[in-house]
Design a protein around this ligand. Structure first.
Ligand code: HEM
Length: 429
């Protein structure tokens, strides 16, 4: 019998307490990239006392996902607490899958058809609001309320009175996610925890009006307690606006930074009947240039930069054994910039997306089974509809001398908010 090979741990950064590592992780967009370059596609470090294995690349991520049975969902304790212990994001096994089945009903093809007219109406409101607003304006400030209104009003059916107050507390709650896990009274985390308490109490008051979510759970044979429903609602409101708003802002920015893509896309977009319905709506899903632009934005600057799992049994990645109990962070951003899969991976080149799908786990902006994004169809519909309407009705120019560097957490946001001038087109369809 050949001698047993001892398990080999991944290369380590040498961090011990991980305090400086956490600060660098939260503040430095190049944090993981530099360590991957030095240590390879799988390395281990410590973030504030928590050992974590980082993984990037189509090969290692695919290998990891073939071992899904040895993995469970995990979030940093402060994030987990803000999401709430009932949240499906914090559940595993059948408790997770049952909630996915229930919440997933809100994003069926049939449900999406029903949402489209409402989303188109909000697109019109945003486009005319931008045209009439004092110029220049920060685009991000229009995209965030847009995405919030879609999920709160169109999907969940909250009335303007019901939505009032939620948005402000959401902004506070969101900015505490992935902040430093220190809860002194004025810290972001402490303010986010207080915002969560207010949000949950407000959501409890709204539950009698939330027939959509309650109905979806009942239909799925999963009548949930109020505390459970409130946590699912909080997750949906968060997941439903932060990510989409980030992508919308970056989409317009990337187009403006690559002006030759605008006439190329414009040609296709101008032919879309507005508001699209029936066959026109289905046609949106097949427009090659529009979809290539959206896919390329989600590749280059994915709104969710990575996701976590915890090994509940040893996991093998190439030569390395990840011990049970270790937290693993799959780096979506680094994986989608894999130079072995994408030529000029740092470049915004929508045409590359016309060459066919990237292999395996090379392109994973919406994550992977069994926790793949539930709201993907809604996010894609919003991205398509708002892009079409903005390009049909407005002409944008980017203001010079602004700070377009990105705050990465919780989702990528250009620090200036993307200052633009926007003028209404005379000949909009
Ligand atoms: C461009 C927009 C979006 C992107 C890139 C995105 C990305 C992701 C990713 C990467 C995950 C997996 C996280 C993990 O594995 O732990 C995820 C999960 C999730 N997303 Fe999205 N998302 C987007 C929009 C939305 C929207 C609009 C909604 C719904 C309103 C939504 C609802 C969810 C939910 C409920 C989960 C948890 C799934 C689970 O744990 O089983 N997302 N999303």
């Amino acid at each position: 019998m050949p001698p047993a090979v001892p398990p080999q741990a991944p290369p380590h950064t040498g961090a011990v307490s991980g305090v400086l590592e956490l600060l660098a992780f939260l503040r430095d967009p190049g944090f993981a990239g530099r360590r991957f370059a030095e240590l390879g596609d799988v390395f281990e470090t410590v973030l504030a006392g928590q050992p974590q294995v980082f993984v990037r690349g189509a090969g290692p991520v695919a290998e990891l996902m073939t071992q899904a049975a040895a993995l469970e969902g995990w979030w940093p304790p402060s994030v987990s607490e803000l999401l709430g212990r009932n949240s499906l994001a914090n559940r595993n096994g059948e408790a997770h899958m049952a909630r996915r089945r229930a919440v997933g009903r809100l994003f069926s093809a049939q449900a999406l058809k029903g949402y489209a007219p409402g989303i188109a109406r909000i697109c019109d409101k945003v486009a005319s609001g931008i045209a009439a607003a004092p110029q220049p304006l920060a685009l991000a400030e229009w995209m965030r309320p847009f995405a919030f209104e879609v999920i709160a009003e169109v999907v969940l059916g909250l009335s303007p009175a019901g939505r009032q107050g939620l948005y402000e507390d959401f902004e506070i709650w969101t900015s505490g996610l992935f902040s430093l896990p220190i809860a002194y009274p004025t810290s972001r985390l402490a303010r986010a925890k207080a915002a969560r308490r207010r949000l949950i109490s407000r959501i409890h008051g709204l539950l009698p009006c939330l027939s959509v979510l309650v109905g979806a759970c009942d239909e799925a044979g999963l009548p949930l307690q109020d505390a459970d429903l409130a946590d699912q609602l909080l997750l949906l409101l968060f997941a439903g606006y932060e990510t989409t708003a980030s992508s919308l802002t970056l989409l317009v920015l990337l187009l403006l930074q690559h002006p030759s893509t605008i006439p190329w896309l414009q040609q296709e977009v101008d032919a879309v009947p507005w508001p699209p319905s029936g066959a026109g709506l289905e046609q949106l899903e097949t427009l090659p240039r529009l979809n290539a632009v959206i896919k390329e934005v989600l590749r280059l600057v994915p709104p969710v930069g990575g996701f976590f799992r915890r090994a509940i049994a040893p996991v093998q990645l190439g030569p390395y054994t990840i011990a049970a109990g270790r937290v693993i962070q799959v780096d979506i951003s680094a994986t989608q910039r894999d130079g072995q899969v994408f030529t000029e991976p740092e470049a915004f080149r929508p045409e590359r997306q016309l060459e066919g799908p990237a292999p395996g786990a090379a392109y994973i902006p919406f994550g992977l089974a069994p926790r793949v994004c539930l709201g993907r169809p809604l996010a894609e519909l919003e991205l398509r509809l708002l892009t079409v309407r903005l390009l049909q009705t407005l002409r944008f120019s980017l203001q010079p001398d602004q700070d377009l560097s990105l705050d990465m957490i919780p989702t990528p946001r250009p620090r200036s908010g993307v200052l633009v001038r926007a003028a209404a087109k005379q000949s909009a369809p």
